[in-house]
Design a protein around this ligand. Structure first.
Ligand code: SAM
Length: 284
């Protein structure tokens, strides 16, 4: 047994119902905060296998142990494909991890976070400082409003938009809708790019197929990429990118600015777009 997997005498467990017939159970050390906010149930739990974990409505959003995979992949492939992003928007993402990665780009003049639930930012700042610290940077504007309304009210302003949403439930349902993608297209500059987390290729196949079809009907370039995040259902996770001008497959490795990352590299950038046939078939 590995040292960090040793069972504690205090036998407290927290389970995520990943599907009606499948659960992920983590041994817990402490429950740091729970609250029913205006929008959802929020819990931050210190766990043995993943360190501190943010749950919303009982679903794992981020963990201190594996968050870097998700946050690097929802930002760097799009930002590097663009090349010189100045004005970047994150929708959702109240834990601040995507913002932390975006600020690694010196070209970025402003990063706006539009998070519907103020409490997610408040408790991420308090209990997840290694993820959220960049939210205090002067280049960052945090707005507590609905991302759907925000994109509908902004035209031609953002170079990159990152949709760092939870699963499509509650206030996030509209973040997976065709109208929303159309408004994102219009909120982007002429060479803008957007990327969204698009769930599990094992367990959300209909959603991925529908989202890919919707995005391809709006953007001239649409690409799906994969990354491996152990705390998410099945581990394999998908992200879908819509681009007006630049193709992420044409990324020139020699132009990688070399920011410090733990998952993303130029080789991972290329490899992430290589899809196994059982995923490729979702895009037909
Ligand atoms: N990495 C995560 C995942 O894939 O599970 C997502 C994390 S992030 C905490 C998601 C955030 O999106 C939540 O804090 C939630 O409050 C926010 N959110 C949900 N619907 C939203 C909306 N319509 N506009 C803005 N933020 C929204």
């Amino acid at each position: 047994m590995y040292e960090d997997q040793q069972k504690q005498v205090f036998d407290l467990w927290v389970s995520e119902e990943q599907m009606p017939t499948m659960r992920l159970s983590l041994q817990a050390l402490d429950v740091l905060h729970t609250e029913k906010t205006e929008y959802q149930h929020l819990a931050i739990v210190d766990t043995m296998p993943f360190g501190r974990v943010l749950f919303l409505d009982g679903i794992i959003q981020t963990t201190v142990k594996d968050e870097f995979v998700y946050h690097e992949m929802i930002t760097h492939p799009a930002l590097n494909t663009h090349g010189s992003p100045k004005n970047v928007l994150v929708i959702g993402g109240g834990d601040g991890g995507a913002i932390r990665e975006i600020l690694k780009y010196p070209t970025v003049e402003k990063a706006t976070l539009v998070e519907i639930d103020e409490k997610v930012v408040k408790y991420s700042k308090k209990y997840l400082p290694e993820i959220s610290f960049a939210l205090n940077d002067p280049k960052v504007e945090v707005r507590f409003e609905d991302g759907i309304k925000h994109v509908a009210g902004h035209k031609g302003v953002y170079d990159v938009i990152t949709v760092d949403s939870p699963d499509p439930i509650g206030p996030a349902v509209g973040l997976f809708a065709r109208d929303f993608y159309q408004n994102i297209f219009e909120a982007l500059t002429d060479d803008g790019i957007f990327v969204a987390q698009t769930e599990s290729p094992w367990f959300n196949r209909d959603l991925i197929a529908r989202v890919y079809k919707d995005i391809s009907s709006i953007f001239p370039i649409t690409r799906l990429m994969l990354a491996y995040i152990p705390s998410y259902p099945g581990g394999m996770w998908s992200f879908t990118m819509g681009s007006k001008k630049y193709d992420p497959l044409d990324f020139d490795e020699s132009k990688f600015p070399g920011y410090k990352t733990r998952y993303y590299t130029p080789k991972i950038h290329k490899a992430a777009f290589a899809l196994p046939p059982f995923v490729e078939e979702l895009l037909k």
